[in-house]
Design a protein around this ligand. Structure first.
Ligand SMILES: O=P(O)(O)OC[C@H]1O[C@H](OP(=O)(O)OP(=O)(O)O)[C@H](O)[C@@H]1O
Ligand SMILES: Nc1nc2[nH]cnc2c(=O)[nH]1
Length: 178
């Protein structure tokens, strides 16, 4: 595995991102809709920098399973149990890759008739995009590579790492032929 972003760099980028969000939202209350499992560490750090009134809600969506390619069909495994009508929603995810997850979730959340929906990701990885979607807020931009750490997994491993790494060919081979 190759180190891409140290914990110090991640912390600095999250702080800078939060400053932008604070400027944009001012005093307006925001509902962070956090996508489990991957976004939990990012959201925990981000929300502690936010100065507007914050409400935290969680959803669980899955489209990768044990693979490094999207199934093409994000499944909602845990939905919201409250209506978010007239709320300002900030949809928080760890990574934007094909875009299918955030595209699907943004459409799903529109049914709540919120006042606004914006998207916020730790990593915007643009090379594999399949739908036209851009993150409103992204802490880090990356062209390619399957990344793990800081909440992100490969087959449920590595979420606990405090930095972000790129998996290399031998890491993937090791996993499929233990
Ligand atoms: O832009 P996309 O190609 O849709 O990829 C992004 C999604 O992939 C990962 O979710 P995953 O399905 O692996 O679930 P997890 O959050 O539980 O790891 C990640 O957490 C994002 O939600
Ligand atoms: N862990 C992880 N999950 C992803 N989901 C979409 N792209 C990625 C990635 O690069 N790493």
């Amino acid at each position: 595995m190759k180190l891409l972003f140290s914990k110090e760099v991640i912390a600095r980028r999250i702080g800078q991102l939060a400053a932008r969000i604070n400027r944009d939202y001012g005093e307006r209350p925001v509902v962070l809709v956090v996508l489990l499992k991957g976004a939990q560490l990012f959201a925990a750090d981000l929300c502690r920098h936010l100065t507007c009134p914050v409400r935290l809600e969680f959803m669980r969506v899955c489209s990768y399973g044990a693979e490094t390619a999207s199934s093409g069909c994000p499944r909602i495994l845990l939905d919201l149990d409250e209506q978010l009508r007239d709320c300002h929603i900030l949809l928080v995810d760890d990574i934007l890759d094909t875009g299918l997850t955030l595209h699907h979730l943004s459409r799903h959340l529109r049914q709540h008739q919120p006042a606004s929906i914006r998207t916020c990701v730790l990593i915007d990885k643009y090379e594999r995009r399949q739908v036209a979607i851009a993150a409103d807020y992204a802490a880090i931009e990356l062209q390619q590579g399957f990344v793990v750490g800081f909440g992100m997994d490969y087959n449920e491993q590595y979420r606990n790492l405090d930095a972000i790494y790129c998996l290399e060919a031998e890491d993937l081979a090791k996993e499929s032929h233990p």
